[in-house]
Design a protein around this ligand. Structure first.
Ligand code: R1P
Ligand code: URA
Length: 234
């Protein structure tokens, strides 16, 4: 057990799917895993472990934002031996061609700062996805017939953003979508030498103003779960 995860040693699989929403973790585990059992509920941050096609898999919430994700990812890797972590998150589209419910697979994530910024000092470290996972996820998404976009995203610290000029600059530079965790996930994966990827589903659109309700964000993003599982064991 750690400060934030109540699981016993061995309760967490080497492969972890990591949504921000703990209730999405519960839904994904109950929907896609065989024999899921709850392994964490400390602070309401739900984690479940089961199997997928015979492979042990944990689905665990990260909470919202990079400081929260940093706590869980540090403990999952250092204390439980996680080797592959795939974020399954929602995101806001920043390009017209990216539509609601499309998948976005993040090659890299820009940010103003991350919890690791203090450690890097003047260095602008470039967080990047694991290439093998990325290729496998793109292949799985295309094979499953999903609309998928691959490229850079923005990991923001503010959901209610006031920097229209900054968003405009990112749109001009092709940033596909905004969310709040991937940059730090990729940095921690690099630090510990494990594999990481973010597979995202578009839940709202910064240009058109469309959005999906919270129930859809919790329980209807199964395509990204299927892509993440296929990529993890490709
Ligand atoms: O749906 P999740 O995975 O939580 O991801 C997105 O949704 C939250 C904001 O509503 C942030 O965590 C953001 O990154
Ligand atoms: O961080 C996020 C997540 C979904 N949609 C957004 O606009 N921002």
């Amino acid at each position: 057990m750690t400060i934030h995860i109540g699981a016993e040693p061995g309760d967490i699989a080497e492969t972890v799917l990591l949504p921000g929403d703990p209730r999405r973790a519960e839904w994904a585990a109950r929907t896609f895993l065989e024999a899921p059992r709850k392994v964490n509920a400390v602070r309401g941050m739900l984690g479940y472990t089961g199997t997928w096609n015979g492979h042990p898999v944990t689905v665990h919430g990260s909470g919202m934002g990079m400081p929260s994700l940093s706590i869980y990812v540090n403990e999952l890797i250092r204390d439980y031996g996680a080797k592959t972590i795939i974020r399954i998150g929602s995101a806001g589209a920043m390009q017209e061609r990216v539509a609601i419910r499309d998948l976005v697979i993040a090659m890299t994530a820009s940010s103003l700062a991350t919890p690791s910024s203090g450690m890097f000092r003047e260095l602008n470290f470039a967080p990047c996805a694991d290439f093998g996972l990325l290729g496998a996820a793109v292949g799985a998404a295309e094979a499953q017939g999903h609309r998928v976009h691959v490229g850079g995203i923005y990991s923001s610290d503010t959901f209610y953003d006031e920097r229209a000029d900054l968003n405009e600059a990112m749109v001009r530079h092709g940033v596909l979508a905004v969310e709040m965790e991937t940059a730090e996930l990729y940095i921690l994966a690099a630090r510990y030498g494990v594999r990481a990827l973010s597979v995202l589903t578009i839940s709202d659109h910064l240009i058109t103003g469309e959005d999906l309700p919270s129930a859809d964000r919790e329980r209807s993003f199964g395509e990204m779960v299927e892509v993440a599982l296929a990529a993890a064991f490709a």
